[in-house]
Structures are given as structure tokens and as C-alpha cells.
Design a protein around this ligand. Structure first.
Ligand code: AMP
Length: 450
């Protein structure tokens, strides 16, 4: 259900545990001629593009693994209140964009709109903070926001993210930012920029909120924006409308009221980033769509993407873990958009996939050859070689066409005569060269040829 006026917030304890509340099952009656489509606004990937999607996801994940982050696999839906409390009731993400529904027990659940709240919930629930600190975790998977669909903005999209909890060391902020940048570089991306800001610590934010609220009170804002200014004045700074941005030119900046410790933290992060040779630009007006951020906040943007230019973002959160019932540990993390990163690769003309579905294609000519090639396929796969074979007893010509379509490097052709001689023909599909190889030496020879 798409929420128009905020999620229904229901405490679990108030619902009887085995409530028999009717669950709205599938709609009755359907058109037998109905054609099915993927739901509006979701990103889905089919071959050959799906290989690029996987390549982006694995490049972004790899840099987190290399920096000692452990994987977490978390639920795709959570208690709605986790997001209300964690992400913030006044954010667009929670108040307008969550897919919220009641389960059969009358509990309000929401498809996860972001990853941090779920990770922090899991850290608290599984006492992961009892082991050594910082706790370093990474995740990957789909997220859901009921946004207006457009290029690069989907209702189901994918992120790879990291969270590091239990250290306030500014070096950790820099490490998190650097591994995100490294993920993009691993793909060969060049046209991305890093925007960096500090949103101040809790004390700074209380003070800044006061001065920003009085500044906004003197502006001629429309009723909805005025309401937002009262609820969460920082969010107004994020308003993309030019007429609102024009009114905000002289808005006070968090940068000018940072506490000494928040300023020192920010300067230390900048120093570490310079040391790591990660380029960044100062973005004193950068605020992000989730309420939990304090101190370091950042966003990666790509200039080839038009309006939806953010390919990833994140920041530090000081109060989130205690807000969710844990001890007071600060954390820092990011979420990188896999879908937009893939679009950014396309915009730069980067080939992020090998275009190869398998390395070797097996062509049987006759039933005995087919049986034998099945065994050979298993043997080659055991050696880590990717193998496909021709099904449906096709002709040699049809099978070779199928081999070409897979992008395989080699084809192995086996007929009755070859079987009698215990040999097979191995054809290099790019040069057309063919050689005869003893079946007993096939696995070894093929590995050498690849
Ligand atoms: P956020 O959780 O809003 O900080 O988003 C982190 C990253 O996820 C963004 O920089 C985008 O790359 C990606 N992202 C967020 N929302 C969407 C969406 N609706 N469609 C596609 N990608 C998204």
C-alpha cells in the first residue's frame, strides 16, 4: 500500500498474538487475457545487462570485503516503527515513500527503504558490540521507496552498503569514504565527485536548528514547506526547487556554528582523505534525506546522470544506536546505488561485463557423444571452467551458431568416429583453428588454451 499521509503506527504488543484479522488476499476475478508486466517503476535486469549489474554489485562489495567488513544478510521487511524511530518520521522516505502493510498478526511492517536502521537493529539484537570494536559490516540487496519513477529513480532499487560502529576515530570516516571511492574506481569510473560536509554534533545541531528556524520563519514559504520548516528545518535546505533555493542563499550555514570538537573532527577527516588521495569538494549545504546523520556527511555524484546524479552517500550517526535501544555507540556508513552506478558506467561507455556466458561450448553429434560430453562438462566445471552444451540434438551448424551466441572461446565437437578414436575436436571460436585432442587430456588441454 502506498502511503499518502504517513504509516499506520501500531505497537506489536497491542495486537493479540494470534489475531485472525482478515488479510486482503489476491483480488478475486481476473482477466484470462491479462498480460503481466513487472510492477511500475522497478529496476529489473535480464541477460545480457544482468551480467553488468552483477559486475557492479561485486566490484562495490569487493572493496568492503578487502577492508575487513563482514557480510550481513538482513530481512527485507522490518517493524515499521524501526524506520519511524531510526530514519525519522518527518523524512520523505518514512512519511511518503514506505511500502507499509499489516501482516496476518496485525503487525505493521515496511519494506526496507534503507539499510542502516536494520543493521543497527541487528547489532543491538545480536549483541555484536560485545565483541571487539569497531564492528564492521557490509550488506547488499534491494530497497524500496514509492517514488515517482524516472530514469535512475526506481521503486525497487539496489544498494551495497557498509556500517562501522563503535569508533569515533575520524580515520574511520575517511576509510569508509575511501572504500566507496575505491569501489567506483575498481569499475573504471572517472566522472564522479565526492561532496563532503559536517552536520555538526548533537549540541551544534540544537543551536543550529534554532537559528535556522528563525531565518526560515522570515521567508515567504508555501504552507507545506512552512510545516516542514517547523518539523525539521534542515530538510528545507534540501529542497530542490529553484525558487526555494533562491530564498536560501543567505541561510545560516552549519559550518559557521560548528562546535570545536565537531570542527576538529571534520578537519581531521579532510586531512586523512588528502593523505589517502581521495579528492573531495566542500559542500556546506549538503544535507541528506535521512534524519540520523551527525558530523560527517557525504555524497558521490556523477555528472553523466542528469537529475538523479547521486550514486551513493552516507555519513556518521551518533544517536541512532541508543535510539534503537543499544548502548551509545557512534557509527558511520554508506549506501551505494548499484542501479545508478551501472547507468554511470554506461554513460562513460565502460564495458563492465565480459559479454561471455560460458568459456567452453560442447557440441555432441549423436547420442553416445552426448552422454560422454555430459561427463566431460561435469569434469571441466569441477576445474572451474564454465561450460554449456547443445541440447535438443541440433545439427552441427545449429550448434555452432548457439556456441557463437554464448561468447564461448572454445567449442568441443564430438561425433561417433571421434569417440571410437577416443579424441575430440577443439575449435578456437575466434580464430577458427581446430585441433584434435585425446579425450583423456581434454580437461588439461582446455585449461591451458583458455
Ligand atoms: P540514500 O539511502 O537516500 O542515501 O541513497 C543512497 C544511494 O542509493 C543513492 O545515492 C542512490 O544511488 C541510490 N538510490 C536511492 N534511492 C534510489 C531510487 N529510488 N532509485 C535508484 N537508486 C536510488
Amino acid at each position: 500500500r502506498l502511503l499518502k499521509s504517513g504509516p499506520p503506527i501500531r505497537s506489536c504488543s497491542r495486537s493479540p498474538p494470534n489475531s485472525t484479522k482478515a488479510f486482503p488476499g489476491p483480488r478475486k476475478g481476473y482477466d484470462v487475457n491479462q498480460k503481466f508486466h513487472a510492477p511500475k517503476g522497478v529496476a529489473e535486469y535480464v541477460p545480457p545487462d544482468s551480467a553488468g549489474f552483477l559486475a557492479v554489485k561485486s566490484a562495490l562489495s569487493r572493496s568492503a570485503e578487502l577492508a575487513g567488513y563482514s557480510y550481513v544478510e538482513l530481512p527485507i521487511f522490518e517493524d515499521t516503527n524501526l524506520y519511524v524511530r531510526g530514519v525519522g518520521e518527518s523524512t520523505d522516505v518514512v512519511s511518503k515513500e514506505m511500502y507499509t502493510f499489516d501482516d496476518r498478526g496485525g503487525r505493521s511492517l515496511s519494506l526496507r527503504p534503507e539499510g542502516t536502521a536494520g543493521v543497527v537493529r541487528a547489532v543491538v539484537e545480536h549483541n555484536l558490540d560485545r565483541a571487539g570494536l569497531p564492528i564492521k559490516l557490509w550488506y547488499a540487496g534491494p530497497f524500496f521507496r514509492a517514488e515517482r519513477p524516472q530514469q535512475g529513480r526506481y521503486r525497487q532499487f539496489n544498494q551495497v552498503g557498509v556500517e562501522a560502529l563503535g569508533s569515533e576515530d575520524p580515520a574511520l570516516d575517511a576509510e569508509v569514504i575511501a572504500i566507496a571511492a575505491e569501489g567506483f574506481q575498481r569499475l573504471g569510473l572517472k566522472g564522479f565527485r565526492l561532496l563532503l560536509n559536517s552536520l555538526g554534533d548533537t549540541a551544534t545541531r540544537v543551536h543550529y536548528r534554532e537559528i535556522l528556524t528563525s531565518f526560515l520563519a522570515n521567508l515567504d514559504l508555501d504552507p507545506e514547506t512552512t510545516k516542514r520548516a517547523q518539523l525539521n528545518p534542515l530538510r528545507v535546505l534540501d529542497d530542490k526547487r529553484p525558487q526555494v533555493q533562491a530564498m536560501l542563499v543567505d541561510a545560516p550555514l552549519m559550518r559557521d556554528v560548528l562546535s570545536d570538537s565537531a570542527r576538529e573532527h571534520h578537519e581531521a577527516v579532510c586531512t586523512y582523505l588528502r593523505e589517502l588521495k581521495v579528492d573531495f569538494s566542500d559542500a556546506p549545504r549538503l544535507v541528506r534525506g535521512l534524519d540520523y546523520y551527525t558530523r560527517t556527511t557525504f555524497e558521490f555524484v556523477h555528472d553523466g546522470l542528469g537529475a538523479q546524479s547521486a550514486i551513493g552517500g552516507g555519513g556518521r550517526y551518533d544517536g541512532l544506536m541508543s535510539d534503537l535501544g543499544g548502548q551509545e555507540l557512534s557509527g558511520i556508513g554508506y549506501g551505494l546505488g548499484v542501479d545508478r552506478t551501472l547507468l554511470a558506467c554506461a554513460a562513460e561507455g565502460l564495458e563492465v561485463t565480459s559479454g561471455q556466458r560460458c568459456q567452453v561450448f560442447l557440441v555432441p553429434l549423436g547420442q553416445p557423444a552426448k552422454l560422454r560430453l555430459f561427463g566431460i562438462a561435469a569434469q571441466l566445471r569441477d576445474h572451474g571452467v564454465s561450460v554449456d552444451l547443445a541440447f535438443d540434438d541440433r545439427s552441427l551448424k545449429g550448434s555452432m551458431r548457439a556456441a557463437d551466441r554464448t561468447g564461448a572461446k572454445l567449442a568441443v565437437i564430438l561425433g561417433d568416429d571421434d569417440l571410437a578414436a577416443q579424441t575430440a575436436a577443439v575449435k578456437n571460436l575466434s580464430t577458427g583453428d581446430q585441433q584434435t585432442v585425446a579425450i583423456a587430456e581434454l580437461a588439461e588441454t582446455i585449461q591451458e588454451m583458455l
